[in-house]
Design a binder for this molecule. Sequence first.
Ligand code: NAI
Ligand code: 15L
Length: 263
Amino acid sequence: MKRLLITGAAGNLGKLARARLGHLADVLRLSDISEMAPAGANEEVVQCDLSDEAAVMELVKDCDGILHLGGVSVEREWKLIEAGNITGVYNLYEAARAHGMPRIFFATSNHTIGFYRQDQVIDTTAPMKPDGLYGVSKCFGEAMASLYHSKFGQETALIRIGSCFEKPRDRRMMATWMSPDDFISLIECVFRVPMLGCPVIWGVSDNDVGWWDTSSAKQIGWRPKDNSEVYRAEIEAASDCPDADAPQSMYHGGLFTAEPIHK
Ligand code: NAI
Ligand code: 15L
């Protein structure tokens, strides 16, 4: 494609995508509310608050694909979540509609379903059970994608990311971890598959343990290759096993389920 927009480019996954996705487009347009490293070859850097409707309209212009990673990524006070993940998502979808409906990779989250218990295996049709306001905002994003697909034909991959870090960081992430390499190959599949539609796909590696039926990934030809099991000894040596009734042992969303409503 000619131009791929990456929102959230100053964030953890945005920096990774910037470093590794140059081959997907002639130009990467990088955007965030925070400062980013200056533009390199074949890059454009546009600082922009997703809640600024006019700025987002301009940002999306001339883009053929959108890797939407921007927004609040953890539990925070409502005002911040509303700006980035509610108003921001509305602005993004409206801008996409006005500018030829570029395909969207939408970084949604396991926190849309965080209150399922870890003894329950679910697929993407399970009713949402968000574990906080952040999770609720991602449910909103999934609903917006569904609406714009049904009404206008806008294509979105709703990627419910588990935990995408260099390595799993605790025992829960043995089930939720997605490796950086698997994340990159997932983005490649989303932008290369001829027909996308609006599928929900778990963003998780090929871990031995897991709570999500990952079969929907097949429809875009994505096969994760990594497995958290190689880190088990390291993870188990680093901390005691939490009690069976601790949130991180009980729920898919782990400690997010125990967060207060932040004011
Ligand atoms: P991050 O917090 O490092 O990056 C998010 C970026 O969005 C930040 O650079 C921030 O400045 C920017 N942002 C926040 N509010 C904004 C606004 N109003 N306007 C413009 N930019 C704004 O998060 P990370 O880890 O890179 O995650 C990327 C995406 O993936 C997020 O949407 C997150 O919810 C989602 N995700 C990530 C997971 C992970 O394991 N890293 C797990 C599940 C979902
Ligand atoms: C998320 O949605 C967060 O963005 C990320 O920081 C992790 O905490 C992840 O979920 C997780 O559940 O481990």
